[in-house]
Design a binder for this molecule. Structure first.
Ligand SMILES: NC(=O)c1ccc[n+]([C@@H]2O[C@H](COP(=O)([O-])OP(=O)(O)OC[C@H]3O[C@@H](n4cnc5c(N)ncnc54)[C@H](O)[C@@H]3O)[C@@H](O)[C@H]2O)c1
Ligand SMILES: O=C(O)C(=O)C[C@@H](O)[C@H](O)[C@H](O)COP(=O)(O)O
Ligand SMILES: [Zn+2]
Length: 353
């Protein structure tokens, strides 16, 4: 069974969820003479299979795994390879991998000749439910996470559930942090499914995981379809990311994104609670559900000063005013602007160890 989830906008596209989806690719690369397939070492075979179905001249570009591939230097090497192969405006970039690889591939495509078509072939839960959808592309720099990038929607997204067979359990769980985020900001049924079936949520063959993936994709599609460039509504997708990105930066990008976001969501829930906006039970539900999935919910107490500084480069900051996504209730996200330092420090106690 194949599910097609439409994403609206100037150039609408589908997120396609199913199994053995490589046959969908030729329909998305109409008019291209060349296809570059960007992939990490572990996904070489899958990238070769993707290249084989294109029926075009292909260039396989192997990049370092995970965040090590999400750098300006790696992007520059990809552009050199596109240049050497004579890539034109009708040619296509395909990213085969998790969110880090598709963020890189999307940025490579966004900047090449000021923007060529690209297609994420997503192989991780975080990639399928979040990174591959919505056109946010980026690389990290020393100053912070995703600070160099572009909004560049893909021509289509392939989410081949077969890929999840080889995804480590820890990465399935990390991806579920982004799914749980979707539950708190928009679709509480997601939370019930995880609470009722925690083992199935982590099982790549379960109908529960497929339903969770599709529900979260719909949450994201509904948001980015009306606010591609994050001028308002899209900010809700950043729930838990202000502290999460500061943790990733402090850990020099060695932490899994979903792990950092899990800690960040517990912090954001506490911020909402302490500012009188979120009820105690919904705040407590964050820690409980994330721990059910073996996700981290604590971080070093001694790191606070560094994290507080790191949060200042968050993209939601306006002038000197820090802005956080918080909840006014379940599935009722809002913005908390300019919280006092004392309030932030107090909320950090909920995650400090
Ligand atoms: N653009 C966006 O809107 C958006 C949204 C969410 C996350 N992100 C970004 O996505 C990244 C997190 O995504 P991720 O967790 O997929 O990261 P990732 O790409 O680093 O993948 C995690 C690990 O799983 C491995 N992997 C991926 N697919 C596999 C498979 N099928 N079999 C075996 N191993 C596999 C990868 O090689 C890597 O080691 C972060 O960089 C985050 O910032 C971006
Ligand atoms: O799509 C969005 O918008 C998000 O915020 C989704 C996040 O899960 C994702 O990690 C995104 O890359 C964060 O964006 P950033 O603008 O804070 O870098
Ligand atoms: Zn994220």
């Amino acid at each position: 069974m194949v599910t097609r989830i439409p994403v609206q906008g100037d150039r609408p596209y589908d997120v396609i969820v199913g199994r053995e989806l490589n046959g969908e690719l030729p329909g998305l690369i109409d008019g291209a003479a060349r296809v570059a397939v960007i992939h990490p070492p572990t996904l070489r075979e899958r990238a070769e299979a993707v290249a084989a179905v294109t029926g075009r001249q292909t260039v396989l570009i192997e990049v370092p795994d995970a965040e090590a591939g999400k750098t300006v230097e790696v992007a520059a090497r990809c552009w050199d390879e596109l240049g050497a192969a004579g890539f034109t405006r009708t040619d296509v970039v395909v990213g085969v991998g998790g969110g880090a690889t598709t963020d890189l591939a999307g940025y490579v495509a966004a900047a090449w000749l000021r923007g060529v078509r690209w297609i994420p072939v997503s192989t991780s839960v975080a990639g399928m439910v979040d990174a591959a959808v919505g056109g946010k592309t980026a690389v990290n720099i020393a100053a912070g996470k995703n600070l160099v990038g572009a909004f560049h929607p893909p021509a289509g997204v392939l989410c081949d559930l077969d890929a999840l067979d080889t995804l480590p359990r820890e990465d399935i769980a990390a991806g579920l942090a982004e799914v749980v985020k979707g539950g708190f900001i928009a679709d509480p049924r997601i939370l019930e499914l995880v609470e009722e079936h925690p083992a199935a949520a982590l099982d790549p063959h379960s109908d529960v995981l497929r339903e969770l993936i599709e529900r979260k994709i719909r949450v994201k599609a509904d948001v980015v379809g009306v606010d591609l460039k994050e001028s308002g509504l899209r900010e809700i997708l950043n729930y838990g990311h202000t502290l999460g990105h500061a943790i990733e930066r402090r850990e020099k990008y060695s932490w899994k994104h979903g792990h950092a976001v899990a800690v960040g969501m517990v912090f954001a829930a506490e911020l909402g609670r302490l500012s009188g906006r979120l009820d105690d039970a919904t705040a407590a539900r964050h820690k409980k559900i994330l721990e059910t999935l073996d996700l981290p919910t604590t971080y070093a107490e001694s790191a606070w000063t560094e994290l507080a500084a790191g949060m200042r480069v968050d993209k939601k900051t306006r002038a000197a005013t820090l802005r956080f996504v918080v909840l006014d209730g379940l599935a009722r996200p809002g913005i908390l602007a300019g919280p006092a330092d004392d309030l932030l420090r107090e909320a950090y106690k909920a995650v400090a160890r």
